[in-house]
Design a protein around this ligand. Structure first.
Ligand SMILES: C[S@@+](CC[C@H](N)C(=O)[O-])C[C@H]1O[C@@H](n2cnc3c(N)ncnc32)[C@H](O)[C@@H]1O
Length: 270
């Protein structure tokens, strides 16, 4: 299974990405609040690490922050750039987009806050890769700066689902081509590498729902993280964990299996 392809394929069609996640707002609201509160005390730039198509970056710019967005997908960055072009000249000037890898980047001017939203760090598949990311983030933040990110809690029942079945069947219309698709998904879990290999299937269908073309498979691969691993790696990477939430509503992250919907971390650069 190609883990690297699982970090790229879902981010080639930015229009489809934006359409599929158009209702995902809780994380954006959470990070906007965090940025607002942080900037009140320590003004400075926000780094959006793996900014994608600008789902969070654009609201941060609209809130008046100076934002540097980093991603390695040219398609996602192009989508972000198109949205930024529609903002006022002042907001546009407050934004820089950089094509770079989470595992090796550096910014000269230390930022106040770095955010890596929507499970992006789960594309860092080994401790070594996650640590490389943390060290780059630490090097790009002032001492006392904050790093915030989220990962999905590993759910044994979900990981162990039958990989031969298809789940989550929905019908959608591509926002640009207007082609109708039936979407389904399944996955295989590799417990040794702790990698979840997801497959997202897009079957073109006609207006009556009948298959009308070749099904496309998009691979998506996520590392599974336990809270204790994240805390240990944060410390090794130059951070002190500040808060851990079990969802974007701010509920605490407890050891209670199944209680967390997301794992959301805020850490301070030491
Ligand atoms: C789920 S998307 C999240 C995008 C954005 N943060 C959001 O909230 O919509 C994951 C993003 O991580 C980026 N990505 C994955 N691996 C990366 C890497 N090694 N370096 C830089 N970006 C990466 C992808 O290109 C994609 O834009």
């Amino acid at each position: 299974m190609d883990a690297e392809a699982g970090c790229r394929e879902a981010f080639v069609d930015a229009a489809l990405y934006d359409y599929e996640y158009r209702h995902r707002r809780a994380d954006i609201n959470f990070y906007r609040h965090l940025a607002q509160n942080r900037m009140e005390f320590v003004p400075g730039a926000v780094l959006d690490l793996a900014c994608g198509s600008g789902r969070l970056l654009v609201p941060l710019l609209r809130d008046g922050h100076e934002v540097v967005g980093l991603d390695r997908s040219p398609e996602m960055l192009a989508a972000a750039a198109r949205k930024i072009r529609r903002l006022s000249p002042g907001r546009r000037r407050s934004c820089t987009l950089v094509r770079a890898d989470l595992r090796g980047f550096a910014f000269r001017r230390p930022a106040t806050l770095a955010i890596s939203a929507f499970h992006s760090v789960q594309h860092l598949h080994t401790d070594r890769e996650f640590l490389a990311f943390l060290r780059c983030a630490r090097g790009s933040l002032r001492t006392g700066g904050w790093l915030a990110f989220d990962v999905l809690p590993p759910d044994p029942a979900w990981l162990g689902r039958d990989p031969r079945r298809r789940w989550g069947r929905t019908t959608l219309r591509h926002p640009s081509t207007k082609q109708r698709y039936v979407y389904t998904a399944n996955h295989t879990y590799d417990p040794a590498a702790r990698l979840l290999h997801m497959r997202l299937y897009y079957q073109p269908v006609d207006e009556r729902g009948r298959p009308s073309g070749v099904e496309r498979t998009v691979r998506l691969c996520h590392r599974q993280f336990r809270p204790d691993e994240i805390v240990r790696l944060l410390q090794l990477g130059g951070f002190r964990p500040l808060a851990a939430f079990g969802d974007f509503d701010g509920r605490p992250l407890t050891g209670d299996a199944g209680a967390a919907i997301e794992q959301v971390y805020v850490a301070v650069a030491v």
